[in-house]
Design a protein around this ligand. Sequence first.
Ligand SMILES: Nc1ncnc2c1ncn2[C@@H]1O[C@H](COP(=O)(O)OP(=O)(O)OP(=O)(O)O)[C@@H](O)[C@H]1O
Length: 585
Amino acid sequence: MASTPSRFGGQTLNGNPAASKRTAGQASLEVGPDGKKPRFHGCSKISNYIMMSKLGEGTFGEVHKAESRVTGQIVAMKKILMHNEKDGFPITAIREIKLLKMLSHPNILKLEEMAIERTKGEGRKKAIMYMVTPYMDHDLSGLLENPSVHFTEPQIKCYMIQLLEGVAYLHASKILHRDMKAANLLINNHGILQIADFGLARPYDDPPPQGGKGGGEATRDYTTLVVTRWYRPPELLLTLRKYTSAIDMWGVGCVFGEMFKGRPILQGSTDLNQIHLIFDLMGSPNEENMPGWSTLLGCEGVKSFPQRKSTLSQTFREQGPSFVSLLGELLKLDWRKRVNAIDALEHPYFKSSPLPAKPGEIPQFQESHELDRKKFREQKANLPPAPAGGTVGMGPDGDFINGASNSNHHGQYRPRGGLGGYLNDQQPYPPRHNGYEFRQHGPQREFRGPPPPPGPPPSQSRRPAWPPEANGLPPRPPPPINPVWGGQVHRGSVPRDEIRGRPPPREGGVAGGPRVDTYIPSYANRDDGHRDRDDGRRGREDGQRRDERGDRGRQGERREQEHRDPGRRRSRSPERDRNRELYRR
Ligand SMILES: Nc1ncnc2c1ncn2[C@@H]1O[C@H](COP(=O)(O)OP(=O)(O)OP(=O)(O)O)[C@@H](O)[C@H]1O
C-alpha cells in the first residue's frame, strides 16, 4: 500500500520533526547498544529500550512508555500477552501486526518494529513480544476525561478531518477497522490524531466505497461479534452479516458527538438497551429510513418498541444545524446511505465558521491515557456538583437522557472557502474563532492551564450522567438485563458454554441471538492474573470494551488458533466447526 502524504503539509508522522529523522525501526537495522546487528529485519531486543511507565492495559497486552537506547526516541510498547502458551502467538496480534505493516498514512499509528524479550523459563527460552509504535501523548477517551481539557470547535474539526482522512485511507485500502472508538484514537501534543488498535481489523472483500455512493453493499458474510457496544451500529446489533465499511462510519459519528458532549453519547447497558438508545436518538426504523430492517435476524425484540421520532437536532441543538447535518449523515440508520469518509470530508461543516484548526495550533495538554482516567475522575469528584444541565447517554435507570447539552453554541453556519485549500496548506490560514467552549473566556491559551480551582464549575464542564459514588468514580451502570431470557447478567455467572458461544442458533444481536449478551467478558475463570473488568478501574468502560474481547481471552484466541490448525479442528464436533467458521469472519 502506498504511503500517503499528510494533508497538513510538512507535518511528520508523529508531528515531531526531530523524532522522524531516525526512527526506532531504522536505528535497529543498524546496531543495538551492544554493537550487534539484529537477526531479523524489523526486530530488535528489548534491551534496546528503557521502560518508563505503564500507559494502558488492553485485553491483549499492557502498553508501556519507553525510550530507545539507540535513538533516544520515546515510544509505546504493547506487550503481546500469551494467554495460553500452547496456543502460540495470538492470531489477533498477527492480524494487527500484518495490517499495520501494510499501512502507511499520517493518521494511522505506525508499527516501528517488534522488540523481543527472551526469558529463561523451565526448559526452553520463552519469547515475549512487544509492538513498538511512536509514543502518543493521549488517547481521545483519556483526553476527554481530563478535567483541565476542553475542546474548541476548531480543534474538534481538526481531529475529525484527520480521523476521516485515516478512515478514508483504510477503506480505500479495503480494510475494515471494526473497533472505532475514542480509546483507540491516539493524539499527540503536535495535534496529530492517529487510528490505533487493529486487533479486530480485517481485509474487506467487497469494493471500497466511492464518492457519492455511501458505503455500498457487501456480498459476503462477516462476523457480527465486532465493535465495542457503545459504538456499534444498528445493523450489527440487528445482526446484519453482509455489512460494509459503513460500520466504521457509525463509530466515527459516535466519536464526533462524544467530542462535543465530553462523554460517549450512546451508553447502552445491554445490546437491547443500546438499540433502544439508538432509536431514541435517530428515530424508529421503518422501510424508508432503514429498508430491510424487519428482515434482519435480530429485529424480533425490537419490533415491540414504541414508535419514536428522531431527537438528534434537539439533543445537539447547541451545536448548530451544520453539525447536526453531518452527525445525521454519520448516524444514518440505513447503512447503504450512511455517508462514507470521502464524502464526509466534503461536508459544508468543515468549510463553515469556525474553521478547523491546524494540528500545530492546538494547545498542548497534560498526558492523558487509559491509566490516567482514575486520577481525572478523582479530580472531577472533588469539584462541587455541576449546575443543572443535560447530558447525553444513560441515566442511573438506564434511560436515555435527552437534556440540554453541556457545550456552548458555536455560532452560525456560514460556508466559507474550500476545504481543499485548507487541507493542502496552500492558502493562507483564515483567522480562527475561539470556538464554542471558550468564547467568553478569552484567548485559547487560557484553557491550557491546570484544573479549575474549587468553586462552581463552568456550565460547560462535563458531568457524569449519574451521581458519583463515594470512591469518586461514577457508579457502574445497572446490571444488564438479558434481552432474551430477561434475567440480570452477572459477569461470570453465565454458563461457560454460552460464553464460549456454543452453537448459538444465531449470532450476536439484540434478539434471536445466542442466549448471552454479547458483552460478557469471559474472565471469570482466568488464572493468568489478568484483571477482572469489574475492578472499578474501568468503571466507565463497560460498554467501551469490545465484546469480542471477552472472547479474546483464552477462548477467543483458542478459537482463532483453531482456524490455523485444521488438525485440531477436525478433532472437534461438526457443530463446533460450524461455529468456528463464524468466528473466522
Ligand atoms: N502509541 C501509543 N502511545 C501512547 N499510548 C498508547 C499507544 N498505544 C496504546 N496506548 C495506550 O494503551 C491503551 C491500550 O492500547 P490498545 O487499544 O492498542 O491495546 P488493546 O490491548 O488492543 O486494548 P483494548 O482492549 O483497550 O482495545 C490505549 O487506549 C492508549 O491509552
